[in-house]
Design a protein around this ligand. Structure first.
Ligand SMILES: N[C@@H](CCC(=O)N[C@@H](CS)C(=O)NCC(=O)O)C(=O)O
Length: 206
């Protein structure tokens, strides 16, 4: 059975879990955390990051690589559009979420959840305020415009873009940052919809 190394407190691990669950792939979890002694993780991924996915054929780091591999190996219940421009849009939104939204919302999670509860360091409320007041609203405006009144981000069907965008909102919520549904009604409704998807494991256990 495949093994997913990592904990679902990571938005990237959660994204992979959502894909595994959507496709009905059985797997076991090795709940490795990417802090402290990294020797086990570095033996699996030279970048020392979670998630890592392992089956009898591959050991893969990077959630996007893992999800693309899962799609190729399990094409039923597709999560990547067939149409070239929609496919590119899904990849773009996944990248935007992974490289921009997730690290930004992750600051709130690190400062408000991990720092006090795991690292024993105080929250930098100035860093949190910058995300809440300046950085995140720009991204929420963009995503609100992208989703419009559609149910999903691309082609009106569930895709990798949806899991990538929704995933960091779990961490943001754990850090006390939730979407103002008056200001971003479509994005807020979208996030609630993905949170309710049975394949999406929104739990955070530290
Ligand atoms: N691009 C990578 C990012 C993975 C990543 O940054 N994971 C974080 C946890 S959320 C990590 O392992 N950080 C440890 C580190 O950077 O040393 C992916 O999509 O998997």
């Amino acid at each position: 059975m495949p093994t997913l190394h990592g904990v679902s407190a990571s938005p990237y691990v959660r994204k992979v879990q959502a894909v595994l669950n959507t496709k009905g792939i059985d797997y076991t979890v090795n709940p490795i955390i990417p802090f402290g002694d990294k020797s086990e993780l570095l033996s699996l991924n030279p970048l020392g990051k979670i998630p890592v996915y392992q089956d009898s054929n591959v050991t893969l780091g990077d959630s996007s690589v893992i999800c693309a591999y899962l799609e190729k190996n399990h094409p039923d219940t597709p999560l990547y559009p067939m149409d070239a421009s929609k496919y590119a849009s899904a990849l773009w939104l996944e990248k935007y979420a992974d490289t921009h939204l997730t690290p930004t919302l992750g600051t709130v999670f690190f400062q408000r959840v991990l720092n006090p509860n795991m690292f024993g360091t105080p929250t930098d409320e100035e860093a949190v305020a910058k995300v809440v007041n300046d950085d995140a609203p720009i991204m929420f405006d963009y995503l609100e415009a992208q989703i419009g009144s559609n149910e999903y981000f691309v082609g009106n069907s569930l895709s990798i873009a949806d899991f990538a965008v929704a995933s960091p909102f779990v961490n943001a919520a754990a850090g006390g940052l939730t979407l103002d549904s008056g200001r971003w009604p479509n994005l807020a409704a979208f996030v609630a919809r993905i949170f309710a998807n049975p394949a999406f494991d929104e739990k955070i256990s530290l």
